[in-house]
Design a protein around this ligand. Structure first.
Ligand code: PLP
Length: 501
């Protein structure tokens, strides 16, 4: 299996190169040149396997330059019961709510209580393995721009992994206090965390600039270091996410909710478009899907794109109660556009260039038609997010976080609008305790003025009698280690200094 770039389809690289490099030289994203196809018989076999074995099968079909032993080693290290609380890191919670069934795929049982652990617990192992194959001896410098959850998940995944350094940038006012605390208390000798003045897009643009800055790259090169990325633009992030969709499909069959071959709908609370793109890839592999439902918060740039074919980031950035979805440039959409425009890398580069220079682009009619055939886009306001949390808790005794609430709300709008009763899997992306203030405020129906985050956690715990996740509990008594706040245009200097260059 080879990989091509969304902005240069004549270049091909191996999977190890794609993962080691993170982003292609001209700034495009790596995409597999074809998709492995799974038929009913393949699914029949997968049904009987546990999560880790399903992961090994999917990974081995994409990482053809890895040995079986290497893949097995990466998977075994990542998805331990110790880190994910059980042998199934991606369980489905099913219950009836009002007149419909909800199947919530809970992807937040990992070490940082958000779905990004699913990929970031395995990425460091895939990356170290890739570096051995492609850049023996080089130290990988991981730069991360985060709207909150990626940062902590990447820090946890990479901390003390030999031959890696990780630096995380987050928008100073764009993440929850708990997210900030989680990041700033990370242990490990190879980690650094820095706030930037600006929003997530500023952080992401800053990181992208450093990745392509000749000056910084040369400075690293001299010291036998190279950049790599743990953002969802890295193929090693996306690939492990395909696994849980395939696995969820198998679990739905095993639980008698569908038969093999029957289609499902998938609902994903979306920001950077990574998670939902993984679902699209699973569909490309032959998993039966009817609709992919893309749920946004008030930053509804994707909702507009799906209905009009015009992507327009020239709008106000809104800070919401679901901060991990506060994004105006959804990087992974580039991969979808590339595939839907018939792998036309020139066209894709044109669109991305227009996005950079004018802040907008409009895809051709055929691309627009393919998008709306497969995707439904909807969004949810702040008020609706809180109402959904409260309704789920009060009527169905299920406590969900703000991001998951956005997905449930948009799914319910979809049901009303279309009447489509195809069984649906809704992705639940974070523990409610990660966003305790908003969740408590939703349930109590009042503003929470308490300053101390852990007091809010305790109130939520006392009120709902649900368990505080152990990894959050552990940070309660830890002191912050990092406190830098910088302007985004000084990020390159910060990186060089942090690396001692
Ligand atoms: C990152 C994140 C999302 C958005 O996922 P994308 O892959 O960026 O679309 C949704 N919910 C939570 C809790 C997240 O951390």
């Amino acid at each position: 299996m080879q990989y091509t770039s969304t902005q240069n389809n004549t270049a091909t690289v191996s999977s190890a190169q794609a993962i080691a490099q993170g982003i292609s030289a001209e700034g495009g994203l790596f995409v597999p040149e074809s998709f492995p196809k799974y038929d009913g018989i393949t699914f029949e076999t997968l049904l009987k396997l546990d999560y880790k074995s399903r992961a090994k099968k999917v990974l081995s079909d994409y990482l053809t330059d890895f040995t079986e032993a290497e893949i097995s080693d990466c998977v075994e290290k990542a998805y331990t019961a110790d880190k994910f609380g059980s042998d199934n890191p991606a369980p489905i919670a099913s219950f009836t709510h009002e007149d419909h069934e909800l199947n919530l795929l809970e992807l937040w049982h990992g070490p940082t209580c958000a779905f990004k652990d699913m990929a970031l617990q395995i990425l460091p192992h895939l990356l170290t393995c890739s570096l051995k194959k492609t850049a023996d001896g080089k130290k990988a410098v991981i730069l991360v721009a985060t709207s909150g959850d990626t940062g902590k998940a990447a820090l946890e995944g990479f901390k003390d992994v030999p031959n890696t350094e990780i630096i995380v940038f987050y928008p100073s006012d764009g993440v929850s206090p708990m997210q900030k605390h989680q990041m700033n208390t990370t242990k490990g000798g190879n980690v650094d965390v820095c706030a930037i003045i600006g929003n997530f897009d500023d952080a992401q643009t800053g990181v992208k600039k450093i990745f392509t800055s000749k000056e910084v790259i040369d400075a690293l090169e001299k010291c036998n270091m190279m950049f790599s990325s743990a953002n969802s633009i890295n193929w090693g992030r996306l690939l492990p996410q395909i696994v849980y969709y395939i696995s969820a499909y198998c679990d739905m069959v095993n639980e008698g909710k569908i038969k093999i071959g029957e289609k499902i709908n998938i609902v994903v609370p979306t920001g950077n478009f990574g998670n939902i793109l993984a679902a699209y890839f699973a569909y490309q592999m032959g998993m039966p899907v009817n609709k992919l439902i893309c749920a946004s918060n008030s930053n509804n740039v994707l909702t507009d794109f799906i209905s009009t074919g015009k992507y327009n980031k020239n709008r106000k950035f809104i800070t919401t109660v679901s901060p991990s979805m506060d994004i105006l440039v959804s990087s992974n959409l580039e991969r979808l556009i590339y595939l839907l425009s018939g792998r036309d890398s020139e066209k894709t580069a044109e669109y991305m260039n227009a996005l950079k220079t004018q802040g907008e682009y409009t895809v051709e009619d055929c691309v627009k038609a393919s998008v709306s055939e497969m995707f439904y886009g909807g969004y949810c306001t702040e008020e609706e997010t809180l109402e959904t949390i409260s309704a789920l808790y009060n009527d169905s005794n299920y406590l969900c976080d703000t991001h998951t609430a956005v997905a449930v709300n948009v799914y319910e709008k979809y049901l009303k609008e279309t009447g489509d009763r195809t069984p649906a899997v809704i992705v639940s992306t974070a523990s409610p305790y990660k966003f305790s203030r908003a969740v408590l405020s939703a349930i109590e129906g009042r503003e929470i003025t308490e300053e101390d985050e852990f007091k809010i956690v305790d109130s939520l715990n006392a009120l709902t009698n649900t368990e505080i996740p152990a990894p959050l509990e552990e940070t309660r008594t830890l002191e912050d280690r990092f406190s830098a706040v910088i302007e985004s245009d000084t990020m390159p200097q910060y990186v060089l200094k942090a690396l001692g260059l």
